[in-house]
Each structure stands twice: as structure tokens, then as C-alpha cells.
Design a protein around this ligand. Structure first.
Ligand SMILES: CCCCCCCCCCCCCCCC(=O)SCCNC(=O)CCNC(=O)[C@H](O)C(C)(C)COP(=O)(O)OP(=O)(O)OC[C@H]1O[C@@H](n2cnc3c(N)ncnc32)[C@H](O)[C@@H]1OP(=O)(O)O
Length: 267
């Protein structure tokens, strides 16, 4: 099922608050729904409640518990506050009466301001190469990678005792979305595995438990299957948890998002 169909369904939550969704197993990441997709669906539902002049500035998603594929769930949306400029929205995915994913999303309109600080973050990741694209391999790569291309330039496959705790590379949708929205951007950013798993020398479970995204504006439109550059670093890891930080640039080298995650590993 293409992501556009799933996002279109989530958008109908406002007109049908009792909407029931099921995510097909083709979007799974191990036992659960791919985290980028669950956060993208919650955003798509919340977006309908806020005036379009207010764009998403930040998104704080917590993966509270497993959201399973092929099982029904519902979405609830709560407007926490609407001021003259900023709206704060809380949105939840609920499965079998349990909260599985929660996003708090901050939307804000643009205002005239005397302050302007251009972003200086650049990257020198070599262009994506065909031979660097991760092959979609049954029982090795998570199922959701059938929808996305990852091109690795630094870092390695999970569980291969790598010395690095970084990932540098590119990502894009295999089948271009009709219009690349912020829901697509959220959904694509989470595609790289947690940076720590490549350091392990044997398979072990790992889960992102919290995810903070900030969006840089103004932003040029992203085209359907444009390659986005991704550079993730591990800031620190100990005691079964790691803290990672990533920058995401568009194809022109403009920073478009900053991502931070807390990841639990069970090695
Ligand atoms: C460039 C290369 C590309 C190719 C690449 C190829 C390799 C590909 C690897 C990808 C690997 C993806 C790894 C990211 C996986 C997410 O990020 S999944 C998506 C988003 N995250 C989630 O859904 C997490 C939801 N949150 C939770 O489930 C809970 O908060 C947590 C994290 C399990 C909390 O931990 P807890 O309090 O200890 O929870 P509890 O319910 O008591 O369960 C603990 C058990 O769960 C197990 N567990 C934890 N995480 C998992 C898991 N993901 N699966 C199964 N069991 C798990 C633990 O090992 C532990 O097992 P036991 O010790 O009981 O045997």
C-alpha cells in the first residue's frame, strides 16, 4: 500500500473521529509499525485541525509501546492551545485501549522579525551511488524498506561490529508521492536504523523511544522522489540507552530538519 493512501486515510480522522486504521505488514519494522509512518500518520490527522498558515515547527513523538501491523487502531486529536500565532496539538495512536504513540506538534505562522540567523550546517556526503543502495532482502532488512531507498556513504549494516556510530547517506521514496508533504518528510526521516545497532556483533532488539524533530523554514518544496541527505551522529550511549542527533538536507544542500532520538538497546 503506497504511503499516499495511508496518509489520505489518516486525514479523514477529523470528519470521522471513530476512524479505524490498519497498517499492512509491508510497513512493519520488526514487530511494530515503522515508527516514521506512525508519526507521519499522527501528523496527517493533526494537520487537518490547524489553519494552513501555521506550519509545523516542531514535533515530539514518544513511542510508548508497540503499535502492531495488521491490527486495528484509532487516532485521537486534542488541541492543547491556540494562540494568535502558535497552536499546540496532542495526537495519539490507540490500539487495544493502550496508548502506543503520542506526538505533541507545534504549528506556528510566520511573522515579521528583525532577527535573521542563516543556518551554516553543510555536508559533503558524496552523491548517492547505485551500488550503495541497500537491497531489500527478506528476513534481513525491515519490511518497510520495500518503500524506501537508503544509500549508505558512512556506516554499515546493523549487527556487523562496525567501529563507527555515525550514518552518512541519502534517502528517498522508491515510488514518488504525488505531493511531498510534511507528513512524508516525517515518515522518511526515521528510515535509517538506530546508529548503535551497527556496532553490535550479533542481533539484539532495539527501539527508539523518543524522537524530537524541528523543521527549518522557509523551505523550498521537495519533489516526489528527491534524494535527501542524512547525517546522524551518536552523542552518547551507556546503560542500554543512546542519544543520537541527525541533520537532513534537501538536494540543494539546504538544511530542512533536525532530528534527535533516544534509543533503547537490549544487548
Ligand atoms: C543501513 C542498514 C539498513 C538495513 C538494516 C537491517 C537491520 C535492521 C534492524 C532494524 C532494527 C530496527 C530497530 C528500530 C526499532 C524501532 O524503532 S520500532 C519503532 C518505534 N519504536 C517502538 O515501537 C518502541 C515502542 N516502545 C516500546 O515497546 C517500549 O517503550 C520499550 C522500548 C520496549 C520499553 O522497554 P521495556 O520497559 O523494557 O519494555 P517491556 O514491555 O518490559 O519489554 C522488554 C522486552 O522487549 C524487548 N524489545 C525491545 N525492543 C524490541 C523490538 N524492537 N523488537 C522486539 N523486542 C523488543 C526487549 O528485548 C525486552 O525483552 P525481554 O527482556 O522481555 O526478553
Amino acid at each position: 500500500m503506497h504511503i499516499d493512501e495511508l496518509l489520505a486515510l489518516a486525514k479523514t480522522q477529523k470528519s470521522n473521529p471513530n476512524l479505524v486504521l490498519i497498517i499492512p505488514s509491508g510497513w512493519s519494522q520488526g514487530l511494530t509499525v515503522y515508527g516514521g509512518l506512525s508519526a507521519g500518520l499522527l501528523y496527517a490527522a493533526a494537520r487537518e485541525y490547524v489553519d494552513l498558515t501555521r506550519v509545523m515547527r516542531s514535533n515530539s513523538t514518544n513511542f510508548v509501546g508497540p503499535l502492531m501491523t495488521e491490527k486495528t487502531f484509532t487516532i485521537t486529536v486534542e488541541i492543547l492551545r491556540e494562540g494568535k500565532n502558535v497552536s499546540q496539538v496532542m495526537v495519539r495512536a490507540i490500539q487495544e485501549n493502550k496508548t502506543c504513540v503520542v506526538s505533541q506538534i507545534c504549528f506556528g505562522n510566520s511573522r515579521v522579525s528583525t532577527i535573521s540567523v542563516p543556518n551554516q550546517d553543510t555536508h559533503n556526503i558524496p552523491s548517492p551511488l547505485r551500488e550503495g543502495i541497500i537491497a531489500d532482502a527478506e528476513k534481513v532488512t525491515p519490511a518497510f524498506l520495500e518503500h524506501l531507498d537508503l544509500s549508505i556513504q558512512e556506516g554499515g549494516m546493523s549487527f556487523t561490529a562496525q567501529k563507527t556510530s555515525n550514518y552518512h547517506g541519502w534517502l528517498r521514496f522508491k515510488k514518488a508521492p504525488t505531493i511531498f508533504t510534511d507528513a512524508h518528510l516525517i515518515s522518511i526521516i526515521d528510515a535509517w536504523p538506530p546508529t548503535l545497532l551497527q556496532m553490535l556483533n550479533a542481533p539484539a532488539p532495539g527501539s527508539s523511544v523518543s524522537w524530537n524533530l524541528e523543521f527549518i523554514h522557509p523551505q523550498r518544496p521537495i519533489s516526489g522522489n528527491e534524494w535527501l541527505a542524512y547525517q546522524a551522529h551518536t552523542r552518547q550511549a551507556a546503560d542500554g540507552y543512546g542519544h543520537t542527533e541527525a541533520n537532513i538536507w534537501d538536494k540543494e544542500g539546504e538544511l530542512i530538519a533536525i532530528s534527535r532520538q533516544t534509543v533503547a538497546i537490549f544487548d
